[in-house]
Write a protein that binds this ligand. Structure first.
Ligand code: AMP
Ligand code: ZN
Length: 141
């Protein structure tokens, strides 16, 4: 199993740094984020125990199992709060500060002040949407 000596999440998984764990199995660990997105808390981070940096680095079978684990914890968090956001950041420009792949599970409450879904909206110029879609489709090959 790959680990990274400098990685804070690898250190938590190895038991070298304390954390408040919610759930774990052989492959994954879920813990409370030390800085919850809202005053209501319950913000959970779930990650593979093996060190991968980006979502695209995670093997398909591991990612499938992680999807099931995310669903399990999401069920509890939807009862804890009134709604739930699942967020996963890749690379610094997208807000990834810990380079060990993880999903944020953020319980939501009325007027909780969390700003995830309220980004500024933009518009495409005429014909631009089709061009962008074609570019992405080519990149998928
Ligand atoms: P990201 O910005 O997506 O890389 O998220 C990293 C998250 O890890 C942040 O929300 C931090 O609050 C959280 N975090 C960092 N160190 C710890 C720690 N020792 N225990 C729990 N959560 C942590
Ligand atoms: Zn790591």
């Amino acid at each position: 199993m790959k680990t990274d000596k400098g990685c804070i999440f690898c250190k938590i998984i190895a038991g070298e740094i304390p954390a408040v764990k919610i759930w774990e199995d052989k492959e994954f660990m879920a813990m409370l984020d030390i800085h919850p997105a809202s005053i209501h808390g319950g913000h959970v981070l779930i990650m593979p125990k093996e060190h991968f940096e980006l979502i695209t680095d995670v093997p398909d079978n591991v990612l499938k199992d992680m999807g099931i684990a995310i669903k399990k914890i999401s069920g509890a968090l939807l009862k804890y709060g009134e709604g739930l956001n699942v967020v996963q950041n890749n690379k610094k420009v997208a807000g990834q500060y810990v380079p060990h792949v993880h999903f944020h599970l953020i319980p939501r409450f009325e007027n909780d002040g969390v700003r995830i879904e309220k980004w500024e909206v933009n518009n495409y110029n005429r014909g631009e949407m089709e061009k962008v879609a074609s570019k992405i489709k080519k990149l998928m090959k």
